[in-house]
Design a protein around this ligand. Structure first.
Ligand SMILES: Cc1cc2nc3c(=O)[nH]c(=O)nc-3n(C[C@H](O)[C@H](O)[C@H](O)COP(=O)(O)OP(=O)(O)OC[C@H]3O[C@@H](n4cnc5c(N)ncnc54)[C@H](O)[C@@H]3O)c2cc1C
Length: 473
């Protein structure tokens, strides 16, 4: 069969590409070996945020934040929580993925694709899930095969058994204790999820702070939050080995400068990063080049080393967010089919880690801006200076603004805070629009919103904002 575009994978990158291609009148086929919809809807964004919302409700009920309001949290029925999440995922998969393919009119083949034919005449060989094979020929090909958890080579880990984010979210019984290996976005979200449901959680992060790629002030704030919620934190920690017996797992962890220590835990969750899925695609034979982590190398138009083959999403080794995957996918399809010459602008890319309070950032960190040779000026505002946080009785967190020292152009905003994930879109717009610190300090911000923290941190460049009230213009 011959199509205009043949896509390997059915996640966010693949769907965005297919929609763009169908809008342009092209014929499309998609090949998916697992569950239609890929990571985000099935095992990533949607289930994790659904479970985190439940855990946050329990956490809120267990605490006594407001005088005069008595609440309490009972035990968790993990099977019911997981079942409810599964129903939600199924509904969103039907509404946002499988239904769309039918509406737009493209075929999804259930099977595993690999390239056949040489670089000049590529084709896809598909091993169909229900037996047999199919050969797909197309004018253009797009690889949107995603990423999968990277499992560190720790002695005894495979034999002892471990969870990944996907399998952890399928548990129907709450573990009594859990070691989370990895203290970046996925590890932080799942550590807090299980801790808030009642599991005793310890995080082991190899680098010297949690959220190690964020601003140091952000790491310090989230470490305070986690410590305050009773989550154990081991940083600069290497997991050396794992032993398991019938009832428990014992993990040997070494921290920098410290002795080796033994941790007993019911479950181990590996959240040490995700690597592109390129093994088995026969990319070499198709003339597609990959980098050191298996990522497909593309130019800024998402074109691989083979001019007929394009790649988008996590498989390219870029920022692992579904909206990045979708932006790359739609650009790739437009470039392939319409020679559109479209690229993705990452300058104001917003990122959210859905802990609560959330970690949110857009643009460059202080170190990144200095690395470009531009002198930098920064301010850090504790949330105790933000009225929204004060009245909500949750002042955990900070907002940091990174600006160019000359002219005050805003280049980055980084925050930990309840509502930071909502505020960061405004920060992203400000960066994209080239706004200065003065522009932000003078911009409207509704009183008693978290977005007001942007205006306040901008005002901190010229005043002591801890003494300002809503009336300071
Ligand atoms: C726990 C977790 C939480 C997350 N939360 C968020 C969030 O809140 N917000 C956010 O923006 N991002 C989040 N992400 C990241 C986001 O899910 C990914 O960046 C995004 O889904 C990547 O989309 P993709 O299209 O590149 O790949 P995927 O969605 O992974 O799709 C790739 C598909 O290709 C298929 N495939 C692979 N090889 C083959 C083959 N040879 N033949 C056929 N099919 C193949 C796979 O089965 C898979 O379905 C989260 C990720 C995780 C793990």
């Amino acid at each position: 069969m011959r199509y205009d575009l043949a896509i390997t994978g059915s996640g966010g990158a693949a769907f965005a590409a297919a929609i763009t291609a169908r809008d342009a009148g092209a014929s499309v086929v998609m090949i998916e070996r697992g569950t239609v919809g890929g990571t985000c809807v099935n095992t990533g964004c949607v289930p994790s945020k659904a479970l985190l919302a439940g855990a946050a409700a329990r956490h809120g009920a267990a605490g006594q934040r407001f005088p005069g309001i008595a609440t309490q949290a009972g035990p968790v029925d993990m099977a019911a929580l997981t079942g409810g999440k599964d129903d939600l995922v199924a509904a969103m998969r039907a509404g946002k993925y499988t239904g769309l393919a039918a509406d737009y009119g493209w075929e999804i083949l259930a099977g595993t694709a690999r390239f056949a034919g040489g670089p000049d005449a590529p084709a896809l060989q598909v091993r169909l899930n229900d037996g047999g094979t199919a050969t797909i020929e197309a004018g253009h090909y797009m690889v949107a095969a995603g990423a999968a958890p990277w499992i560190p080579p720790v002695s005894g880990l495979a034999g002892a058994g471990y969870l990944t984010s996907a399998t952890a979210m399928e548990l129907t019984e709450l573990p009594e204790s859990m070691l989370v290996i990895g203290g970046n976005a996925v590890g932080l979200e799942l550590a807090q999820l299980f801790a808030r449901l009642g599991t005793r959680v310890t995080i082991a992060e190899a680098l010297d702070r949690l959220a190690p790629f964020d601003e140091p002030e952000v790491s310090a704030a989230i470490e305070d939050v986690f410590e305050g919620e009773g989550i154990g934190i081991l940083t600069a920690a290497t997991v050396m080995s794992v032993r398991a017996d019938a009832t428990a797992r014992s993990v040997t962890v070494k921290t920098a400068g410290g002795p080796e220590r033994e941790l007993a835990c019911g479950q181990i969750l590996v959240a040490a990063g995700r690597r592109p899925v390129t093994t088995g695609l026969n990319l070499d034979a198709a003339g597609v080049k990959t980098g050191g982590r298996g990522e497909i190398l593309t130019d800024e138009y998402q074109r691989t080393a083979n001019p007929w083959i394009w790649a988008a999403g996590d498989v390219t080794g870029g920022p692992q967010f579904v909206y990045v995957a979708a932006a790359q996918g739609s650009r790739a399809a437009a470039n392939a089919l319409q020679n559109a010459g479209r690229t993705v602008d990452y300058a104001a890319l917003p990122r959210v880690t859905f802990t609560s309070p959330a970690i949110a950032s857009a643009g460059l960190t202080e170190t990144e801006l200095l690395g470009t040779g531009v002198p930098c000026d920064c301010r850090v505002l504790p949330l105790a200076a933000v009225p929204r946080a004060v009245v909500g009785r949750d002042t955990r967190g900070v907002v940091k603004l990174v600006a160019e020292a000359r002219g005050g152009r805003v280049r980055g905003v980084h925050a930990v805070g309840d509502g930071a994930g909502e505020m960061i879109t405004a920060a992203s717009y400000a960066i994209r629009a080239g706004m200065t610190v003065t522009d932000l300090a003078e911009a409207w911000a509704p009183y008693l919103t978290m977005s007001e923290s942007l205006r306040l941190v901008a005002q901190a460049f010229t005043r002591d904002v801890s003494r300002l009230s809503c009336c300071a213009a």
